[in-house]
Design a protein around this ligand. Structure first.
Ligand SMILES: [Zn+2]
Length: 383
């Protein structure tokens, strides 16, 4: 049994609560959250604030070994089927791939992520490689495999947490009905796809299908969420809401690639669950603080109204709901994934708003306590 006393952001509304006691089972599940004064194993300094471990709702962890190779290039040159990424992925050794994965996972752990959703390239071999590498890191990886030549979709799906399709152009009727069938028969099978990342994607969709790609995707796939939707219009978002499909945006990646800032305010106004992700590691480091600050700054300069709390939820509560797992909030029954921030650090001291401080001022250096599924990862300043 593990117990922690601290100030914390509690529940799905991340409500600031002082001096609470969190009790966790030996399996890492939160059993109780209360104000009682019973003896406690971990008593955190009063300046420390517990928040749910961050969730990176979209990342490609396999391409860290190409960091900074693609600044200034087009999306096609970077991640297209004949681009730099796929050439490297198909020519690199298992050792190189493993080292690259280890680098991505270490960065995410150090930066405060406790879960990530990976769009996994490279078929069964790369899914197995990530699973094996993950066993040495205190972080949860939800793996969305994708169709791969000469491999059965059943096998890819059974080793993954679902399927993440690269785009609508890679779909065919047989594949989609197979994927939908697998989803309907499985107790847990997420399904997602990249959509409307660029104007080029939309133009190609019009020329190949005579319609926008979000509409095409909704017609053929039973989806849990779409990724990007950078150029989604009002009708697209209404259709996503109607189909109960969530949206994961990657603002840092979009701006790195010279694209627009995604319509985060409109997505939230439509009551669509919004998650945020850092996307390809070779575009930008998986850092939740940089992603939150950047999203809030860019929203201002794009005339979008977003609250710091909405952005914090997009990296905690919302992706937990999108994943349909008990993660992303400090609530009884949920996994004990916790990050403690020192609110008296030079970065955060004097802040008059805890949500603004976390989203726009904090950095990984302010993480003083970390727990993954009830297991202690870090505790700085313990008595
Ligand atoms: Zn992606």
């Amino acid at each position: 049994m593990v117990t922690i006393r601290a100030n914390a952001l509690i529940g799905p509304e991340l409500e600031y609560t002082e001096d609470i006691r969190i009790q966790l089972s030996n399996e890492g599940t939160i059993l109780d959250i209360s104000k009682d004064k019973k003896p406690t194993k971990y008593i955190l300094h009063p300046s420390y604030l517990l928040v749910p471990g961050f969730i990176n709702a979209h990342v490609h962890v396999g391409d860290a070994f190409l960091k900074d190779k693609t600044y200034g290039l087009s999306l096609e040159e970077a991640v297209g089927s004949t681009g730099i990424k796929h050439a490297k992925l198909s020519s690199s050794s298992i050792e190189e791939k493993t080292e690259s994965l280890r680098n991505s996972l270490q960065m995410m752990v150090n930066n405060g992520f406790t879960t990530f959703f990976d769009f996994r390239e490279g078929g069964l071999e790369c899914i197995k490689l990530l699973k094996k590498t993950l066993t040495n890191f205190p972080i949860r990886g939800l793996i969305l495999g994708r169709p791969f030549p000469n491999q059965l979709l059943e096998e890819i799906s059974s080793l993954s947490d679902g399927l993440g399709f690269p785009d609508v152009f890679s779909l065919d009727e047989v594949m989609c009905s197979k994927a939908n069938e697998l989803k309907s028969k499985s107790s847990y099978h997420l399904q997602a796809i990249h959509v409307s990342e660029s104007q080029e994607v939309l133009a190609r969709s019009f020329s190949e299908f005579g319609k926008r790609d979000i509409r095409k995707a909704l017609e053929v796939l039973d989806l849990d969420f779409v990724v990007h939707a950078t150029y989604a219009n009002e009708d697209d978002l209404v259709s996503l809401r109607k189909a109960n499909v969530s949206v994961v945006c990657c603002p840092l990646s979009n701006l790195y690639n010279g694209l627009d800032f995604p319509p985060l305010e409109t997505i939230l106004k439509k009551n669509i669950l919004l998650g945020l992700g850092t996307d390809n590691v070779f575009f930008c480091n998986p850092d939740p603080f940089r992603l939150m600050a950047f999203s809030l700054y860019s929203a201002r300069s794009n005339d979008q109204k977003l609250s710091p709390k909405d952005v914090l939820k997009s990296l905690t509560v919302n992706p937990g709901l999108i994943a349909q797992k008990k993660i992303g909030q400090l609530t009884v029954g949920y996994h004990g994934d916790l990050i403690g921030l020192n609110m008296e650090s030079p970065n955060l001291k004097y802040s008059k708003d805890v949500y603004s401080a976390i989203t726009m001022r904090a950095s990984p250096a302010d993480i003083v306590f970390q727990m993954f599924n009830g297991r202690l990862v870090k505790w700085i300043g313990q008595k």
